[in-house]
Write a protein that binds this ligand. Structure first.
Ligand SMILES: NC(=O)c1ccc[n+]([C@@H]2O[C@H](COP(=O)([O-])OP(=O)(O)OC[C@H]3O[C@@H](n4cnc5c(N)ncnc54)[C@H](OP(=O)(O)O)[C@@H]3O)[C@@H](O)[C@H]2O)c1
Length: 249
């Protein structure tokens, strides 16, 4: 790992690298010199273009289509990453999403799907990399939460429930893994432009801007800068916390 505190020489796996925030994180981590692996679901062409862009910046980048809740595929991808890239220093559990539905229209399959997409994926990816981190007595797991899981906001209830679960997952895992020197953190964005942030209506955006001290949504690049810091050695004493990035609410 680099003595200057950057990500140079680190190997980082980002889930959902083709998404708005995932893409920005891959770019920020590559700028700091990390080799990258990332997953995607539907956007194959974007994945190829992103990998080529990252490689053009002089870092290694590999990617794969991996279903969020496909345990065997997740295991196989993580093994491939460690064989081709080397031992992972950090996992960023970023993939996620939601349907936009009022509570009365959420059916049982919607509930199961949304909790699995946002939470089970986090369990499966973390489990696939944690044994190596335990053996090496080093590593960072950064989980993407959401203000939706913390504040009374107009958001789908199944999504808010899943994101509240990210906090419990983070603090309990942090407690268990601390003895191995592994840090586990949550990054909790408010409304971010692009990606699932585009689901909000004009009225919801205006309301957010009214209550946000900075009067605007954040950008994927602002999330990525914080993520780069949190997984870096510069944040070596940060553990088991949720860092909120919301412009002041
Ligand atoms: N944007 C916001 O306002 C905001 C605010 C708070 C928290 N967050 C959190 O930040 C994270 C990223 O959000 P985003 O706005 O960047 O979302 P996004 O642009 O929609 O990206 C979602 C990513 O997850 C992948 N994905 C979706 N469904 C999947 C599945 N079934 N299997 C495997 N991969 C799947 C997508 O792959 P493909 O693109 O290849 O299909 C994509 O890479 C999420 O955890 C979200 O909850 C976002």
């Amino acid at each position: 790992m680099a003595e200057d505190g950057t990500l140079r020489g680190m190997r980082v796996l980002v889930t959902g690298g083709t998404g708005s925030i995932g893409r920005a994180m891959c770019r920020a981590f590559a700028r700091e010199g990390a080799d990258l692996a990332f997953t995607w679901n539907r956007r194959e062409a974007e994945a190829g273009a992103l990998a080529a862009e990252l490689q053009g910046r002089g870092v290694r980048a590999l990617h794969g289509r991996v279903g969020a809740t496909d345990g065997p595929a997740i295991q196989a991808f993580c093994e491939r990453v460690e064989t081709e890239l080397g031992a992972l220093d950090a996992l960023v559990n970023n993939l996620g999403g939601t349907q936009v539905l009022p509570f009365a229209l959420i059916d049982e399959p919607d509930w199961d799907e949304t909790l699995a997409l946002n939470l089970k994926s986090m369990f499966l990816f973390s489990k696939a990399v944690v044994r190596g981190m335990i053996r090496r007595k080093a590593g960072v797991i950064l989980n993407l939460g959401s203000l939706a899981g913390r504040r009374m906001l107009e958001v789908p209830v199944h999504y808010a429930t899943a994101k509240a679960g990210v906090t419990g997952f983070t603090i309990s895992l942090a407690k268990e893994l601390a003895r191995y020197g592994i840090r586990v953190l949550e990054l909790t964005p408010g409304l971010i432009q692009g990606g699932i942030g585009d689901n909000v209506s004009e009225r919801q955006l205006a309301e957010y801007n009214r209550y946000c001290a900075l009067g605007r949504p954040g950008t994927a690049e602002e999330v990525a800068e914080l993520a780069a810091f949190l997984i870096s050695p510069r944040a070596g004493y940060m553990n088991a916390v949720s860092v909120q990035l919301d412009g002041g609410l």
